[in-house]
Design a protein around this ligand. Structure first.
Ligand code: HEC
Length: 164
């Protein structure tokens, strides 16, 4: 193959590959009960180390968890999508392109740090597709919850996956 032909072939396949990667929605995206892969970080790679280093300012004491639960079921409105038991089956989940997180899945706490969850509370989740906005998970901390309340509610969410 001539050098120029080879060059064209390579750049053409790179172009195809990159547009396909950008355009592709993850399997199940946009379908009821759509798949959501917890192993794919929701924080962009460049911000991941800082997000992982971000730690809750208090321990998940029974008092903190009770406050977090009240926010989850109350003014945080989290239950509307995540469900009153945090299983990701809230009433509003039916109209979303991807399923809300099921916090009762113990595997979730193993792959996700509290700091990454806080990043999502501040920035929203772009989901697996990386699209903005990618999911129904919109920025909450800084909008209608303080950062302190955000830590309380996410510690409560994590406790749901630890107690079983
Ligand atoms: C309008 C629906 C909706 C509401 C309300 C909502 N969420 Fe979500 N949430 C979602 C969806 C959908 C996802 C899944 C996003 C994904 O897979 O990337 C999600 C994912 C998350 C995640 C996990 C992101 C990750 O790292 O995988 C956290 C943490 C979270 N929500 C916290 C909350 C908290 C706390 C509240 C309430 C203050 C809340 N959410 C309210 C829809 C919602």
């Amino acid at each position: 193959m001539k050098r120029r032909t080879w060059y064209l072939a390579v750049s053409w396949s790179l172009l195809l590959w990159s547009t396909a990667a950008q355009a592709a929605d993850p399997s199940g995206y946009g379908q009821a009960g759509g798949e959501f892969d917890i192993k794919i970080p929701r924080v962009p790679a460049a911000e991941l180390p800082a997000a992982k280093a971000d730690k809750p300012p208090f321990a998940p004491t029974p008092e903190i968890l009770a406050e977090g639960k009240a926010i989850f079921l109350g003014r945080g409105t989290c239950f509307q999508c995540h469900g009153s038991e945090g299983k990701g089956d809230g009433g509003a989940a039916k109209v979303l392109p991807i399923q809300p997180r099921n916090f009762t899945n113990p595997a979730f706490n193993k792959v996700r740090t509290p700091g990454e969850m806080m990043w999502v509370l501040k920035n929203g989740s772009m989901g697996q597709s990386g699209k903005v906005p990618g999911t129904g998970m919109l920025p909450i901390v800084g909008q209608f919850l303080s950062e302190e309340d955000g830590w309380k509610v996410l510690l409560y969410e994590r406790s749901l996956g630890e107690s079983r």
